[in-house]
Design a binder for this molecule. Structure first.
Ligand SMILES: C[S@@+](CC[C@H](N)C(=O)[O-])C[C@H]1O[C@@H](n2cnc3c(N)ncnc32)[C@H](O)[C@@H]1O
Length: 371
């Protein structure tokens, strides 16, 4: 531990959602990050590493100058594990967990936190990670615990279930304590809904947005210009939809999806499929958390991403979430700065660990480190 907190190294750091949660917890200081995507690395640095000196913007395989730290955190890309991906065990991205193990060892960390999609716990890679932490594995001195956590239960306006593997060489950690539930019960508050998040947050995200472009601005990151830095407000931008798309969206009611479309507006490829994929072209609901945000949340055809505002006397909103709304759904607030193009920032948002969820995990990690 340094004077200013337990030291933290974030692998596959993305825009730093996980680091944000750990720093918000109050016991940690960020001393290193590894991220191959330049725009995401620039976002990380803009928030947590103003000189850019401890952000390795490159492949983790080339990350050899590993600092000694208290905790390594990280979530490798999940396409290989995700139910939406091809689930190919030979996918090279699934080998990235090995790099994670290598860095945990090289850093001499006392604890690690490995985050991934829900179904990671059912993959061969998960078994390999468990093996690494068993008697004669590379991480044999780590005791591991697996937690399956829903971000909505930890104060995020989104149902997003993730697997966390927490390893410790200094004794087992407790399960993170849920703070919210579907209905308020005992000392658990009711899940945070979209109405509260968009209309009562630190930045008002008014439904009637017209702007489609990020402001013209670049920042230098490790000798190269990257678009940014942008504030949450700058990300409140929509897209230009064609008339037919808007007409389609106008038919879809809150909590419903493509089955609300009249026959003549169905996509030809959907007509044959009268069942399944009901979330496609779905509309969110004001009084509920969002469904899991993914990297293409700005395309209504890709999930339940239509804005919740239905006619109901007011103006109906026929667009997907803006980047700002998606960031808020992921638990970011107006402190977080962003770098990259619109598509790059969408990827950073969709990939992130919600900071409030990470913060709850950080609580139990800090409690163990402090013993
Ligand atoms: C699921 S995201 C991580 C999100 C992050 N934990 C957060 O909370 O914001 C995975 C990240 O790994 C990065 N990545 C993929 N392959 C990598 C590699 N070989 N070396 C370093 N980073 C890599 C991707 O660019 C992506 O940003």
């Amino acid at each position: 531990m340094r004077g200013d907190g337990f030291t933290l190294l974030d692998l596959f750091a993305g825009c730093g959602g996980m680091t944000r949660g750990f720093l918000d917890q109050g016991s940690f200081t960020s001393v290193g990050a590894v991220e191959i995507d330049r725009a995401a690395a620039a976002t990380y640095a803009a928030n947590f590493d103003p000189t850019g000196e401890h952000t390795h913007a490159g492949d983790i395989a080339g990350y050899t100058d590993v600092p000694r730290v208290d905790v390594v955190i990280g979530g490798p890309p999940c396409q290989g594990f995700s139910a939406l991906g091809k689930r190919d065990p030979a996918d090279v991205r699934n080998q990235l967990w090995r790099e994670f193990v290598r860095v945990v060892r090289d850093s001499d960390a006392r604890m690690f936190v490995f985050e991934n999609v829900d179904r990671f716990a059912k993959t061969p890679e998960f078994q390999l990670l468990r093996q690494a932490a068993s008697e004669d594995g590379e991480l044999a001195d780590f005791d591991t615990r697996v937690f399956r956590l829903n971000a909505a239960d930890f104060g995020t306006p989104q149902k997003r279930i993730r697997t966390f593997v927490v390893g410790s060489r200094i004794g087992p950690v407790d399960e993170p304590r849920q703070t919210h539930a579907k209905a308020s019960i005992g000392d658990l508050e009711r899940w945070i809904d979209l109405r509260t998040s968009f209309l009562e947050g630190s930045v008002l995200l008014e439904p009637g947005v017209r702007e489609t472009w990020l402001p013209e601005s670049t920042v230098e990151f490790q000798g190269r210009a990257v678009p940014g830095t942008f504030k949450l407000r700058d990300l409140h931008i929509t897209r230009n939809y064609d008339m037919k798309s808007e007409t389609r969206y106008a038919h879809i009611r809150p909590g419903r999806g493509r089955f609300d479309l009249p026959e003549e507006l169905q996509y030809p490829c959907w007509r044959r499929h009268t069942r399944g994929a009901g979330d496609v072209l779905g509309r969110l609901e004001w009084d509920e958390p969002a469904v899991t945000i993914r990297t293409e949340f700005f395309r209504p055809e890709k999930g339940r991403f239509l804005h919740p505002q239905w006619a109901n006397g007011g103006e109906q909103v026929n667009r997907a979430l803006t980047h700002a709304e998606a960031a808020v759904v992921q638990g970011f607030d107006d402190r977080h700065l962003w770098c990259g193009s619109k598509a790059e920032i969408a990827r950073q948002i969709g990939n992130a660990v919600p900071p409030p969820l990470a913060r709850s995990v950080a609580d139990v990690v800090a409690a163990r480190l402090a013993v």
